[in-house]
Design a protein around this ligand. Structure first.
Ligand code: 5GP
Ligand code: ZN
Length: 117
């Protein structure tokens, strides 16, 4: 069922505390933790605790939760005092999505070019 924890999902395991992560913020509905392979000085992933496979499923199934994720992404940027930053939801394999639990990348602390390639 949409939103239910999935046994085979890495990020559900991080939410449950079964896989370690460097958590920087947590709310009732979201967790933010540092990416294991950072692409910028700040590279934090913000996820809903509930399992939705990507941003499209999250927006369709739980728009208020999508808003929580976006608000937390902003808080991460504020905490790291980022003036310029990027919030990315890779959505679909062709766009580079590799973990099938919705997550926002918050990237900052260096100059970022567009388009990223
Ligand atoms: P995607 O490619 O799906 O948009 O992003 C998945 C992100 O998860 C990648 O940036 C990758 O480095 C990160 N990642 C993969 N496995 C782990 C892990 O076990 N812990 C953490 N903290 N990040 C991970
Ligand atoms: Zn999950």
């Amino acid at each position: 069922m949409a939103g239910e924890p999935q046994d085979d999902c890495l990020f559900c395991k991080i939410v449950a505390g079964h896989v370690p992560a460097t958590i920087v913020r947590e709310t009732e509905t979201t967790v933010a933790f540092r990416d294991i392979n950072p692409q910028a000085p700040t590279h934090v992933l913000v996820i809903p605790k509930a399992h939705y496979e990507n941003a499209a499923a999250l927006a369709a199934g739980a728009p208020e939760l999508a808003a929580d994720v976006l608000r937390e992404a902003q808080s991460v940027a504020d905490e790291d005092k980022l003036e310029s930053y990027r919030i990315v939801f890779n959505t679909g394999a062709g766009a580079g999505q590799t973990v099938w639990h919705a997550h926002a990348h918050v990237l900052g602390g260096r100059g970022l070019q567009w388009p990223p390639g």
